[in-house]
Design a protein around this ligand. Structure first.
Ligand SMILES: NC(=O)C1=CN([C@@H]2O[C@H](COP(=O)(O)OP(=O)(O)OC[C@H]3O[C@@H](n4cnc5c(N)ncnc54)[C@H](O)[C@@H]3O)[C@@H](O)[C@H]2O)C=CC1
Ligand SMILES: N[C@@H](CCC(=O)N[C@@H](CSC=O)C(=O)NCC(=O)O)C(=O)O
Ligand SMILES: [Zn+2]
Ligand SMILES: [Zn+2]
Length: 370
């Protein structure tokens, strides 16, 4: 079949909107009509050329929702008409990672996924002249239709709006999951969140659900304060207006250091600040942000010797086929809020404007509706 897609033709170039070829689903695969997709900073990270795994040409996008159009041979858990959210962290329920409750990092298809291919080692997308186009994070939701492994699709209820629940495919689950699955924050905690974008605001929403006493938000952009407070932030700090050391300032503000801190910026200097403003003896710092090729984190080992813990999280530690349908229910039941974070709606033709808005700090989530 043919479908329309935004193609990342080369690192650092705007996406090109074009008609592409899409082969049908093979064994264990599913053809999905994407109805809506969010633009996450990770898409921009790869588009820009910062991603060491970036491959071009590729169809980016990993925060989508849609409808099953066709199933390949042997697919048993999904049928035509099901509503689904593609998962960049699949859940095969068989590999040693899936069988270990300590991780969500299913490895069943990770090797081929990182090479921009489906599990059989091939791509379903190509340009009209036959040039192969790579998949991205196993999802490629910047296409009106995509082919995804069955194990990388969460089946969700049919009454949930695509233009909101697409965000559960990454940002919502990552932020809330970092709090409840990775950090396991206790009631009454004091916390600091660096970066009040599409991920950090969901960390804040998760911290409010967890019953924190203090939720400090840190961002260079003052315009993020209002939304942070809406989602439960109690204190806002703009590091550019702090006189002296930002770490000392945050330690004082949290009365000795935070119980939990979260980096949602992807900046390795900020990651160090996040670790060092965690409380001596027990504070934990969770890295969510994705840093460019070549970037490295550093701190004095003394910071860890004296009881701070440095951890990371992918997709908020969520096991996608199990947890994502529950998060959709939370949204539909009013337990979590998504709508105010969808600040812009775009057509596929306007997708590059979505990345401009991200750079200008004007959007939280821009969503493309097909
Ligand atoms: N580990 C995971 O599973 C996931 C990681 N990510 C990563 O999380 C990070 C955040 O993603 P989004 O929220 O979508 O990005 P975003 O662009 O919406 O938000 C980033 C925020 O950080 C702020 N910021 C930037 N530099 C800062 C600094 N030095 N100090 C304080 N604030 C600063 C910006 O003003 C902005 O508000 C990215 O690195 C992204 O790649 C995203 C999704 C999942
Ligand atoms: N390709 C990058 C790593 C990017 C990365 O860490 N991705 C996260 C999800 S970010 C979503 O918006 C992730 O799930 N990581 C686990 C994984 O197995 O990729 C690089 O090579 O640095
Ligand atoms: Zn993402
Ligand atoms: Zn698995």
């Amino acid at each position: 079949m043919k479908t329309r897609a935004a193609v990342a033709v080369a690192a650092g170039k705007p996406l090109e909107i074009m008609e592409v070829n899409l082969d049908g689903p093979r064994a264990g695969e599913v053809l999905v009509e994407i109805k809506a997709t969010g633009l996450c900073h990770t898409d921009e990270f790869t588009r820009s050329g910062d991603d060491p795994e970036g491959i071009f040409p590729a169809i980016l996008g990993h925060e989508g929702a849609g409808v099953v159009i066709e199933v390949g041979e042997g697919v048993t858990s999904l049928e035509v008409g099901d509503h689904v959210i593609p998962l960049y962290t699949p859940e095969c329920r068989e590999c040693e990672y899936c069988l270990n409750p300590k991780t969500n990092l299913c490895q069943k298809v990770r090797a081929t996924q990182g090479q921009g291919l489906l599990p059989d080692g091939s791509t379903r997308f190509s340009m009209l002249d036959g040039t192969p186009i790579h998949h991205y994070m196993g999802c490629s939701t910047f296409a009106n239709h995509t082919v995804v492994p069955e194990i990388a699709l969460a089946k969700v209820r049919k009454d949930a709006p695509f233009d909101k629940i697409c965000y559960i495919g990454c940002g919502v689950t990552t932020g809330i999951g970092a709090v409840i699955n990775t950090a396991r924050v206790e009631i009454g905690s004091r916390c600091v969140v660096f970066g009040l974008g599409g991920i950090g605001l969901n960390v804040i929403q998760g911290l409010r659900m967890a019953g924190c006493d203090q939720i400090v938000g840190v961002d260079l952009n003052d315009e993020k304060e209002k939304m942070g407070r809406h989602f439960g932030m109690t204190d806002f700090v703009n590091p550019s207006t702090v006189e002296g050391d930002i770490v000392a300032h945050l330690v004082e503000l949290t009365k000795g250091g935070a119980d939990y801190t979260f980096d949602a910026t992807g900046n390795v200097k900020v990651m160090r600040q996040a670790l060092e403003c965690a409380h001596k003896g027990w504070g934990e710092s969770i890295i969510i942000g994705v840093a460019p090729a070549g970037a490295e984190i550093s701190t004095r080992p003394f910071q860890l010797v004296t009881g701070r813990v440095w951890r990371g999280t992918a997709f908020g530690g969520a096991k996608g086929r199990t947890d994502v349908p529950k998060i959709v229910d939370w949204y539909m039941d009013g337990k979590i809020e998504i709508d105010p974070m969808i600040t812009h709606k775009l057509t596929l033709d306007e997708i590059n404007h979505g990345f401009d808005l991200m750079h200008q700090g004007k959007s939280i989530r821009a969503v493309v509706e097909f």
